[in-house]
Design a protein around this ligand. Structure first.
Ligand SMILES: Cc1cc2nc3c(=O)[nH]c(=O)nc-3n(C[C@H](O)[C@H](O)[C@H](O)COP(=O)(O)O)c2cc1C
Length: 502
């Protein structure tokens, strides 16, 4: 592949799957990436699992997350932080496969490769010294990477007591997906971000999500090897720290030791995929276009001919949020079964609660995606391709027809998908995206698609449905089937619907 990939459209096209043109690739099991970062001996702070998880109704939480007020101040201590980490990323089950332990997690991840990592910069938290820490999932502890005052990255006007950073380690995913892995690293980061967003909402913490920051400064702060691991998302936790000593360092950050950077290496035999590094670097904020006005995004070949109002039941039910999180799994045993209107409307309504004006994502994320879905048989609306208008709470019928089977074929012949009642479709106009934000727009689109994907997993779990994210797509074939515009692309698909029950 070319090394001159400098736009999102170029990267996406260069990493497209084409039927009969997939180059064979055997997995190098001897050099499988490690799933836990290996740091040198550094002090660790144990987190506390003893606190009861908040008993919050999932529906209330999804509504509540809309009303985040970044000027509100909530005290944050290490106990609350422990719970936030637990609700964001935890092991939900352990199994043995071929003599090796496998840890199921609260987050979905393409190929179960889990390229993401979580870090914490502490400014003012009761019970935790200022500094930078890495979250150790299996140990449930924080490894102290840096002690003392740390700069606020990215800088913001309101008080920040701590920042959670989501990073992605390219080779964890590239081991299987090669150059295409950047897509999955971003989608997976979006899945994790959605869990974090809900966790902070459940704990009534005030936060703001940032996808724009100086990549190099963030990498230096966290001690990442920028050839291998990149910071993708910053989430500031806001609170009042008046009366407390200002701890944020004005300058810096100073580079951490080579041994700490070495922990971004996850295999003795890594391959650096040039396409990933070039598109990621091209997306540095310094290369960002300034956005005066959004161009029109041409995603669909045809505009909806008719609209249906979204009409969810007033009382859709209740479900314990933490239990939903622990029950979340990818399920592929979809069965053709009829879906009641209320269930369908509830699912679509839950999705809209994190979209459009209701979204707490940075404004670019709200404009970059077009979300639609395909319906199969047994649905309360006729089989077809629909557009979702989250702000007007309505569905636009783009065209009629049973597309779930051909689209399942376009998803690398994963034919079980044809029985899914609904295929959620996250699409964009790659040319408009590049024109508006430059290649950083690709991060917005994929992270947003991933975070909505995680929301779809949880919403489907609440309804007792099965759900599975699909990143394996013959890209052009899918775009043709959906009759997308010239630069329209299907970035991610999530199948959902009734599954076989025991
Ligand atoms: C971005 C993304 C893409 C995925 N693509 C596929 C896919 O194409 N086919 C599939 O069967 N599963 C796919 N999955 C599901 C993962 O395989 C699944 O999340 C992983 O094995 C972990 O299992 P769990 O979700 O049950 O915890 C995808 C998941 C994500 C997040």
């Amino acid at each position: 592949m070319t090394q001159q990939i400098l736009t999102a459209a170029e990267y996406h096209r260069a990493t497209s799957y084409r039927r009969h043109r997939l180059t064979p690739h055997t997995l190098d099991w001897a050099h499988q990436p490690v799933l836990v970062k290996r740091y040198p001996e550094l002090p660790r702070v144990a987190l506390d699992r003893s606190e009861k998880l908040p008993e919050i109704d999932y529906f209330d939480l999804v509504h509540r997350c809309r009303t985040i007020d970044s000027s509100r101040s909530e005290p944050l201590d290490i106990q609350k932080l422990s719970t936030a980490f637990r609700l964001t990323h935890d092991v939900t089950a352990r199994r043995e496969y071929m003599g090796q332990p496998f840890y199921y997690r609260s987050v979905a991840s393409a190929g179960a490769l889990y390229p993401f990592e979580l870090y914490l910069a502490v400014h003012h938290i009761d019970g935790l010294d200022p500094g930078v820490y890495h979250y150790h999932l299996l140990d449930f502890s924080l490894t102290a990477l840096r002690r003392g005052p740390v700069p606020e990255i990215p800088p913001v006007d309101c008080g920040v007591v701590a920042t959670v950073y989501v990073t992605g380690i390219f080779f964890r995913s590239a081991w299987k997906y090669r150059s295409r892995a950047y897509r999955y690293v971003l989608l997976d980061a979006g899945h994790l971000l959605e869990n974090l967003r809900l966790a902070l909402g459940a704990l009534d913490l005030s936060f703001s999500i940032h996808l724009d920051f100086e990549d190099e400064r963030a990498a230096t702060l966290l001690g990442l090897d920028p050839q291998r691991e990149a910071c993708l998302v910053c989430v500031h936790l806001h609170g009042d720290h008046t009366g407390k000593k200002k701890t944020g360092a004005a300058n810096g950050p100073k580079p951490l030791s080579g041994e700490i950077l070495q922990a971004s290496t996850v295999s003795d035999k890594e391959v650096a995929y040039a396409d990933i590094l070039t598109v990621h670097r091209a997306g540095n904020v310094a290369n960002n276009r300034s956005v005066d006005a959004l161009p029109t995004f041409h995603v669909l070949g045809n505009q909806p001919a008719a609209w249906i109002d979204l009409n969810p039941p007033d009382h859709p039910g209740s479900a314990d949020y933490a239990r939903v999180l622990w029950q979340r799994r990818s399920r592929r045993n979809f069965v053709p079964a009829s879906v009641p209107r209320d269930g369908f409307m509830t699912f679509v309504d839950l999705m809209t609660r994190s979209m459009g004006k209701a979204s707490v994502m940075p404004s670019a994320c709200r404009s970059v995606l077009t979300t639609g879905f395909l319906t199969g048989m047994g649905m309360p609306i006729s089989p077809g391709f629909y557009l979702l208008d989250p702000d007007a709470k309505r569905l636009g019928r783009v065209f009629d027809g049973r597309l779930t089977e051909p689209v399942a074929a376009a998803c690398l012949d994963q034919m079980w998908l044809k029985h899914a009642a609904l295929h959620l479709l996250f699409m964009t106009d790659l040319a408009a995206l590049d024109q508006t934000w430059g290649p950083r727009g690709y991060r917005y689109a994929m992270i947003e698609a991933g975070s909505l994907g995680q929301q779809a997993y949880l919403a489907a779990t609440v309804l007792g449905w099965g759900v599975c994210g699909i990143g394996a797509i013959y890209d052009r074939e899918a775009a043709v089937l959906l009759d997308l515009a010239v630069d329209g692309a299907l970035l991610y698909l999530v199948g959902a619907g009734p599954v076989k029950t025991r």
